[in-house]
Ligand binder design. Structure first.
Ligand SMILES: NC(=O)c1ccc[n+]([C@@H]2O[C@H](COP(=O)([O-])OP(=O)(O)OC[C@H]3O[C@@H](n4cnc5c(N)ncnc54)[C@H](OP(=O)(O)O)[C@@H]3O)[C@@H](O)[C@H]2O)c1
Length: 320
């Protein structure tokens, strides 16, 4: 028996997978975007489109702005591309500079200036979604609501979401916003179980000492209840399950991939897709062949037993 997803998410129609553009735009230096970078980005974006991806995830800091610049170059060169994609970007992380150390900045002025930079680099007048990249200890919900209200009224941003924020932070921000938060992008994968583990603390003496502990308690539940689309960054576990002899968990991932006649990456994504929250995995590979192979994840359906086999093997601690 299958049940409809308990989601009212504004992003559902963007499809199950998201392409993360952090690998595009060349190196992390200050130099210009090169023709080779444009060619690489073109290949990667075409591969993502070929497997049905519509939503492209950016951040103002990726490759120091060059991920957005190279994507803007693709949009300039292909007049039809903008209509095929939905654009999401993030702001709020500042690298160290002459004035201060690396820091977070969700002040209204910084958010508004960041969006102007994002639009300029992407060569568009509007992005669909803006995510607040990390929680800023100095953030004030009313100030963020003011900035987003101005951006929305100016037609620069469609929706607001967050990243790396737990339930309490989402609830607090939402209390000042007139519009719903539409997304929360967290690191979730078989290599990063905190958000999932936070829901299985019953009878677990190590619950408060496991890395990540119970900080994420209620986060997945809040998102599902309020229609906040969950997105998983690091969804391919940054390639960490590549070697089947590296761990019992890697061996289990490989065996399940073999049983489904698919790749390890597709199994990692299918594990996320199997969660009832309708998590959208964000795929960060810059390799066109690997990106195309990720499309298989929507073909396979892991059984409850396979899901738990992978969860318990990577968790390294038995249930119940
Ligand atoms: N919100 C946040 O704070 C945050 C933080 C980080 C990232 N993100 C977003 O999430 C996206 C994905 O994150 P991510 O890049 O950290 O995670 P990822 O998708 O898990 O990892 C991508 C990296 O893993 C490598 N990889 C994947 N499969 C591999 C395999 N089978 N063998 C060897 N290497 C493999 C890729 O190399 P190749 O390129 O060679 O395939 C690439 O370097 C980013 O693009 C970005 O949009 C968000």
């Amino acid at each position: 028996m299958s049940f409809p997803l308990p989601l009212t998410s504004h992003l559902r129609d963007a499809g199950p997978l998201v392409y993360g553009c952090m690998a595009l735009g060349g190196d992390w230096g200050d130099g210009p975007v090169t023709e080779a970078d444009v060619a690489h980005a073109h290949e990667a974006v075409e591969a993502a489109l070929a497997i049905g991806i519509k939503l492209f995830d950016h951040a103002d800091i990726y490759r120091r702005g060059k991920a957005e610049t190279v994507f803007g170059e693709l949009l300039k060169r292909d007049a039809g591309l903008r209509a095929k994609v939905r654009l999401q970007s993030k702001c709020g992380i500042r690298f160290a500079d002459d004035t201060a150390p690396g820091r977070y900045d969700l002040s209204a002025d910084y958010i508004e200036a960041s969006v102007d930079g994002i639009l300029k680099r992407l060569a568009v007048e509007h992005i669909d979604i803006l995510l607040l990249h990390r929680p800023d200890p100095l953030m004030q919900p009313a100030e963020i609501a003011h900035a987003f209200g101005r951006l929305k009224a100016a037609g620069k941003v469609g929706h607001l979401g967050v990243s790396n924020m737990h339930a309490g932070q989402m609830r607090w921000l939402q209390s000042a916003l007139r519009e719903p938060l539409v997304a929360n992008q967290l690191e979730i994968s078989l290599a990063k179980l905190d958000a999932i583990d936070a829901g299985t603390t019953f009878n677990d003496p190590q619950a408060t000492t496991r890395p990540g502990g119970i900080a994420w308690a209620g986060t997945l539940e809040y998102a599902q209840q309020h229609g906040v689309q969950l997105q998983a960054w690091g969804s391919l576990a940054q390639g960490r399950f590549n070697d089947p002899s590296a761990s019992a968990a890697a061996k289990a991932v490989h065996e399940i991939a073999e049983a489904h006649r698919t790749t390890v990456n597709a199994v990692l994504l299918a594990w996320l897709l199997r969660h009832p929250a309708g998590i959208q995995p964000v795929i960060g590979s810059g390799n066109a062949e690997r990106i195309r192979a990720c499309g298989d994840a929507t073909r396979i359906q892991l059984s409850r037993e396979e899901w738990y086999r992978l969860y318990v093997a990577t968790r390294g601690q038995a249930l119940p």
